[in-house]
Ligand binder design. Sequence first.
Ligand SMILES: Cc1cc2nc3c(=O)[nH]c(=O)nc-3n(C[C@H](O)[C@H](O)[C@H](O)COP(=O)(O)OP(=O)(O)OC[C@H]3O[C@@H](n4cnc5c(N)ncnc54)[C@H](O)[C@@H]3O)c2cc1C
Length: 400
Amino acid sequence: MTLPADTDVAILGAGLAGLSIASWLVDMTPDHAPLPRLHLLEARQEDTHDRTWCFWDQQPHPFREAISHRWPRWQVSHQGQRVEHCDPDNAYAMLTANAMRRSAYARFALREELQLTRGVEVSAIMPQDESLRVTTSHGNLNARLVIDTRPPPLTALSQSLGVWQVFHGVEIYRPGHGYALSSACLMDFQTGQDGINFVYLLPLDEQRLLVEWTCFHPDRHSEQCQTLLAPELPWMLADWLNQQLGKHWSVQRSETGCLPMMPVTPPTLNARYLSAGIRGGWMRAATGYMFASCQQGAAEVARQLQQARANGHWQLTPPRLRSPALNWMDTVFLHAIRQHPEAAPGWFLALFSATSAGQQRRFLGDQPRWSDLLAIMKALPPGPFMRAAWPRWSMASRAR
Ligand SMILES: Cc1cc2nc3c(=O)[nH]c(=O)nc-3n(C[C@H](O)[C@H](O)[C@H](O)COP(=O)(O)OP(=O)(O)OC[C@H]3O[C@@H](n4cnc5c(N)ncnc54)[C@H](O)[C@@H]3O)c2cc1C
């Protein structure tokens, strides 16, 4: 495999962010108009069905046709109490990694300016006069712009301000499971474990469920967190499934994650370089959801690429994805759940009880109105949140 000597844009990593940027670029450019030459470099040799993306389908994006499931209802439960909401026009939706990739690759086939090379490990990026030199396992590539979506280095993560979302999920086959196909269970809190633990359950059809056990942990590198990833979460999940469904279920595939729910300071180099995806801080720290903000960010970056191709100014600016008010609320929320993990399930339940379906999907989908933010603040107990807010507010005031 040989790489070209140069390209206009190199995207490092063909995951959600990389493929979304390329797909937006194709969709927003008329067929007869030229695109910048864009080369995606991906370390993986082959695609695996390793994840599904779920989100409220409430904004335009290139993958709408590829959505496999929609749930008009969603619910949260804790200690026998259950809150359910319904919004058929803006359902909770699922996009599998394979379907998303197929949709992106179909666009690549239409435009020769787009190239994807797999099995290429990027190791370094060096500024040159009019470009950046990308060093890879298969030689160098010079690019006018580089969009880097590789995982962030640990130094970019404010670990003391957040938690790790550690989860293990299985897609299981269990005919007659009995769960309503119209309702997604976002959080069924589990007691008797350390920290915050919940089960996430999506009925896929009459025979199949996607079920995940999630735990929020403050320290990914601790021995306790390592044992969570394997073997504890798979055991706890299997135990829960045995209790709910009996022993007659079988695993069809599994997925695992350890997501940084914490502020990210995106690595920078110069105006030709942009960090994107989780590395760029596009994931919502307080929720671990990224799909919605990723589509917003990808659309904005694609617009900048079109402009650069048109006016010859090869530079990129980080997209602004969330208001400072939302970022501040998220930081306060993360601080409060780090301080009081035992109280967090009750707070989530209160929040889902006191707000409407529209307020929830806009807040969780990164598009809250001021009235949504106020409703959410009102739903939470003032004491712990005031205590969590104060140091963050005085830090912000001193920084100004
Ligand atoms: C199992 C799982 C389920 C998730 N579910 C949801 C969900 O339901 N909803 C939601 O909003 N978010 C979800 N997320 C969070 C987030 O949306 C995903 O992690 C998303 O894939 C992040 O996109 P990204 O482009 O930043 O990173 P990735 O999609 O991980 O893409 C990064 C790419 O870079 C490649 N790469 C890494 N190193 C190199 C290198 N040195 N050289 C070249 N390439 C390299 C990787 O192979 C990878 O393909 C989930 C995450 C996981 C792990």
